[in-house]
Design a protein around this ligand. Structure first.
Ligand code: PGA
Length: 246
């Protein structure tokens, strides 16, 4: 199963816009073997859920790491579950950068999301790639920090999204070959932690400037389990074209 995750980030400002976008997606026939997860801003989860039909899954862009209590502004796992959310994204580079999320916070959120019964997408990626040939060690460090101490069985519910920061929102994507090298490296790191049989269950996505021109190159690359799409997923025509092309 290949996974296409639409991360709307903060591109959408009104429920109307969110509804129009999801309506358009529901009109596309999603091919067998493809799963689509739509991750709207929190405040539009309900509106999207009501319009999205059965073919799409609902995802959230983040989750708070405490259960409940005096945490102003926090969105908890229980709140998300109540809205029908099945998947949560954790540790996106924009959360790490603009909301100061450390590896330790990411790790706590992974625990909370797993305990909440969600499928979990953990984002990792390097700032710059200095040596064009090698996947930086920082990617391995983020993977180790996010997965340290989780139960082996939980690995089947975790997806790592490899998103080199230099490729996010820049229009310059990674090459499918380098993204594959990163996926292999990430699975190797997980293999060292959990054994190769368990690590084989871990899915790895690519994210960073995926659009209608390049989506097939990543999605149909053996060893890459799908893509996480930001900006292009908020353009009705573009995203429809992307899904239709698979
Ligand atoms: P982008 O974002 O598709 O706009 O580059 C990808 C991401 O951050 O998930």
């Amino acid at each position: 199963m290949k996974l296409i995750v639409a991360n709307w980030k903060a591109y959408i400002a009104t429920a109307k816009e969110a509804e129009r976008l999801v309506k358009k997606i529901t009109q596309i026939k999603i091919k067998k073997g493809i799963a689509v997860v739509v991750c709207p801003p929190f405040v539009f989860l309900d509106a999207v859920k009501k319009k999205m039909g059965r073919a799409i899954r609902l995802g959230a862009q983040d989750v708070f790491w405490k259960e409940s209590g005096p945490y102003t502004g926090a969105i908890t796992a229980d709140m998300l579950r109540g809205l029908g959310v099945q998947t949560v994204i954790i540790g996106h580079s924009e959360r790490r950068q603009h909301f100061f999320e450390s590896d330790a916070i990411v790790r706590k959120k992974v625990d909370m999301a797993l305990a909440g019964g969600f499928d979990v997408i953990v984002c990792v990626g390097e700032q710059e790639r200095e040596d064009k040939k090698a996947i930086p060690e920082s990617v391995g460090e983020q993977v180790r920090a996010a997965l340290a101490g989780i139960s082996k069985g939980a690995l089947a519910r975790i997806t790592i999204a490899y998103e080199p920061i230099w490729a996010i929102g820049t229009g310059v994507s990674d090459t499918p070959n380098d993204a594959l090298s990163a996926a292999i490296y990430i699975k190797k790191v997980a293999g060292e932690m959990f054994g190769s049989a368990q690590a084989a269950m871990l899915k790895v996505l690519y994210g960073g400037s995926v659009d209608a021109r390049n989506i097939r190159d990543f999605v149909f690359q053996e060893g890459i389990d799908g893509v996480l799409v930001g900006r292009a997923s908020t353009d009705k025509e573009e995203f429809s074209k992307m899904l239709a092309s698979l």
